[in-house]
Design a protein around this ligand. Structure first.
Ligand code: GSH
Length: 215
């Protein structure tokens, strides 16, 4: 059976669990990271030499890096509507996935979420945090434009692009921060919130992470 390592409050684990839910995959979830530890054990490091979560094991196949896992699971378990087999169509999903990880997640999770929520107030770099909040506003405004004539990022149906980028939305809209007007992003978010797998795996209260820099 598919095994998934990683604590449920971890952003990169949530993407994978959301997809596992969308695909209805039987799996064993093994809490790891944070207060669960395990990441520095020799057994875990043999699976992922970087000692990070998520990691999945599927028979003899071990995959780490959340987006590599998304692609592996979609390709293996019939998620062709989520990650199209046509190279040109697939490349649109890939573009948004790469952008979500390199730009959006960097500004929001590494910048705003870590720099603000996960850093105790007396240690925060306020100028930098404000710049990251502004940067997120710019990036979400681009998404707002893209979503003007679409229900999901690449069209009428959910793809891995929505999973990679949409995992940010719950935290982005829960945090008490300045946001520009984003009606199309909010409509997209309302569609994601209707999905049981999003509710179960992404809409997870995160107060245990406040001011916590240890992991
Ligand atoms: N680029 C990697 C990042 C992996 C990563 O940094 N994971 C975090 C959780 S989101 C982690 O392992 N944190 C340590 C911990 O939770 O103990 C991915 O996308 O999988």
């Amino acid at each position: 059976m598919l095994q998934v390592w990683g604590r449920r409050s971890a952003f990169n684990v949530q993407k994978v669990m959301w997809l596992v839910g969308e695909l209805g995959l039987q799996h064993e979830h093994i809490p790891a990271g944070g207060s669960f530890g395990i990441r520095d054990t020799p057994e875990f490091l043999r699976m992922n030499p970087h000692g990070r979560i998520p990691v999945v094991k599927d028979g003899e196949v071990i995959v780490w890096e959340s987006h590599a896992i998304l692609r592996y699971l979609a390709a293996t378990y019939g998620g062709h509507s989520l990650w199209n087999q046509d190279p040109a169509v697939r490349s649109e999903t890939d573009r948004w996935m790469d952008w979500a990880q390199c730009s959006l997640q960097t500004a929001f999770i590494d910048g705003v979420f870590w720099g603000g929520y996960r850093t105790p107030p007396h240690l925060q770099d306020v100028e930098r945090l404000e710049a990251d909040i502004r940067r997120c506003g710019q990036l979400f405004s681009v998404l707002n434009g893209v979503l003007a004539d679409k229900a999901f990022l690449t069209g009428d149906t959910l793809t891995l692009a929505d999973i990679a980028a949409g995992t940010n939305l719950y935290r982005y809209f829960e945090l008490d921060i300045q946001r520009p007007s984003l009606p199309n992003v909010e409509r997209w978010y309302s569609y994601l919130k209707e999905r049981p797998a999003y509710q179960e795996h992404v809409m997870i209260p995160f107060s245990e992470l406040q001011g916590r820099q240890a992991f």
